[in-house]
Every structure is written in C-alpha cells, then in structure tokens.
Design a protein around this ligand. Structure first.
Ligand code: 15L
Length: 275
C-alpha cells in the first residue's frame, strides 16, 4: 500500500501528542495521508492535507471517512477525565468512527487503545494480549470499549482491525514505569504499518512497546506479523531513574502497570485489587 495515492488513509487525532510525533514519519510512507482533528495542527505543512472533524458529530465523521481505504484512529481524550468527557470523546466518538467506517466500506482501522485497558495487572506479572481487560480508570474502560467495538466490526462486517495497547510514546522513557512500557515513534509507526498493510490482519491486539528489557508484555503476535522494534528503553535507564527520584513513591500506583492512573481515586485495599 505504501505510496499508493489511490488508497486514502485518514488519521484522526493528528494534532495530538502522538500525532505530532508520528506525522513526519508517516508523511514519508503515505504521502496522501489525510490528517484530521477538531483543530488544525499549528505546524501543518503546505504539503499536508487537513480535514477538520468533531468525533462526536456523526455527519462530520461520515464526511471525513467517505472514500477512505483505512483509518488510523488516534482521536479522542488521551488521559483520565470526567465521565461526561470520556463518554463523548472516547465512547460516542469511537462508535461514530467505526459506524462511519462500516458505512463507507473502509477496509482497515487501527485503533489507539492504551496500556490503561489492562492497568490493574500487577507489575510483577507478564501478560499477553489474550488476558481479560483490567482497566485502571474511566479512560481505560473507554479503551477496552474501543477494543470490543473493533472486534465487533471485524467479526460482523469484515473490517481488518488492529488495536494497539500503547504504552508511552516519546524520544525516551520518562520514569521507571515507562522503562517497561516505552515505545519510540519509529516503532509505533512500524505497528501502524502492520495494521495498514499486513494481509493476515483480521482482528489483532498488539502492545505498543519497544524492545524493552524491563517489559511486562508478551508481544509475540506482533512479532509474528513482522514487528521488529529497534528502540531499547534500557539505554535510558539512568535518565528514567533520575526522573523517578524527583517523583517519589506512590504506594498504590507503584504496584500496578497503570501507575498513577490506578492510584487516582483509589479507595480499595491493595490486596483486593488487580488479579
Ligand atoms: C496513555 O494512555 C496516555 O495517553 C499517555 O498520555 C500516558 O499517560 C500513557 O498512557 C502512560 O501510561 O504513560
């Protein structure tokens, strides 16, 4: 599909953090990429195409995906928020996206899920992509919902759906937790490419993580479909530990993969939380 201008690819959430980091890499691979968000990215280049759309408005989403071959769906709220916020941006918005994709006969959707869909797994447990979801927040619940929608639209309507449980994207891991879940923008783009191009994709869940020695996730399915991460968080251990020392302990969050998302609003006994 690379460099095929007849295959329109729509990228929602293009003005967000991950959008900003991956746009330059994607532009080289998919020159006709259609960027979308509620507001135009400040650094939009004359060579880039932008279409504004609000995910909560079904007709705007339908107009956006009309004629698209594939959608990279990163749009929505990217951290914990009020129920009202999560409901609109991530639950209703995600439904509108899949429904518009079905109506427009879109072939592939890559959904930006999150590690917070499984954030209540203990850090000491290594998990695969077949575990029961254990969200650590309303945000995490919305990502589990998006994965379930993806499975529905794959099984019922034949859309090839790839859900990426993204850890934390950036030039380097920000703290000790991120040593286990960090992904470089380049590695994330590799996972986008598998979702956009691999002929074996029907419904997939991959972890969005680089080749991290401290990792908690078994990503063998992604590897079987060609994922060859080059980022290694261990190279940045000194930096991550120095940053961690500034943050200090979080007696609940430090036990669970989701960190502060798990400890926020926590009223349980830690012994009764998580699997
Ligand atoms: C996420 O899902 C968020 O979008 C991102 O902002 C980070 O908080 C990340 O998880 C993380 O867990 O570090």
């Amino acid at each position: 599909m690379t460099n095929d201008p007849s295959r329109r690819i729509v990228f929602t959430g293009a003005a967000g953090g991950i959008g900003t980091m991956t746009r330059p890499l994607l532009a080289k691979l998919y020159p006709g990429l259609v960027l979308s968000d509620r507001v135009k990215p400040k650094d939009l280049l004359p060579s880039e195409t932008f279409v504004a759309a609000d995910l909560t408005k079904p007709d705007e989403v339908a107009a956006l995906v009309k004629g698209a071959h594939s959608v990279l769906h990163l749009g929505g709220h990217s951290v914990e928020g009020t129920w009202d916020h999560i409901l609109n941006a991530n639950i209703i918005g995600c439904y509108n996206l899949f429904e518009a994709a079905r109506a427009a006969d879109v072939k592939r959707v890559i959904f930006a899920s999150s590690n917070h869909a499984i954030g209540f797994y203990p850090r000491k447990k290594k998990i695969g992509t077949d575990v029961t979801v254990r969200p650590d927040s309303r945000y995490g619940v919305s990502k589990a919902f998006g994965e379930a929608l993806g499975a529905l639209y794959s099984d019922k309507h034949g859309i090839a759906v790839t859900c990426l449980r993204i850890g934390n994207v950036g030039p380097m891991p920000l703290d000790v937790r991120r040593l286990s879940i960090w992904i470089s923008p380049e590695d994330l783009v590799q996972l986008f490419q598998i979702g956009l191009e691999n002929p074996d994709v029907r419904f997939e869940i991959f972890y969005g993580a680089s080749d991290n020695e401290a990792g908690w996730w078994d990503n063998s399915r992604a590897q079987r479909l060609g994922y060859r991460p080059t980022g290694k968080s261990e190279k940045f251990r000194a930096h991550a530990e120095a940053e961690q020392a500034k943050i200090g302990p979080d007696p609940v969050g430090d036990l669970f993969q989701g960190g502060a998302f798990a400890s926020a609003e926590f009223t349980n006994d830690v012994k009764r939380a998580g699997p």
